[in-house]
Design a protein around this ligand. Sequence first.
Ligand SMILES: [Zn+2]
Length: 140
Amino acid sequence: MNLPRYRRLQPAFYRLQAARCTACRQVHFPSRTRCLGCGSASMEPVRLSGQGRVLSFARMLHAARGFQDSVGSLTALIELREGVRLVAQLTDVEPDGIGIGQEVEMVLRRLRSDAEQGLIVYGYKFRPVLKRQAGAQAQS
Ligand SMILES: [Zn+2]
């Protein structure tokens, strides 16, 4: 990934920034300049919640060039609260600790490093929602 492209994708990678159509309110991720629903070009940035659930998941056995570090990781199809679906790597979980319907939340993690350009790419991954222990809410 080259530096200009990485900079352009940072809002999506770091904050799950999407685009919402001001005409029909449909949310698009990744962002678009024109709505797929109604064709309007009036879009506004919107930050997604980062909260969702696992629809499906698989262990990666092979990876594209530049993503060799991902071999063996878990990748999931996730539906966010806003209805947006995306594919993302799972983190902080063992294979037997994940299931269909599992609630997950977005966390910022290192995705990969590009040794040629000295670039370390950070972006979103998802982990199971940590359950608060009894009494923890009383302290916050
Ligand atoms: Zn629209």
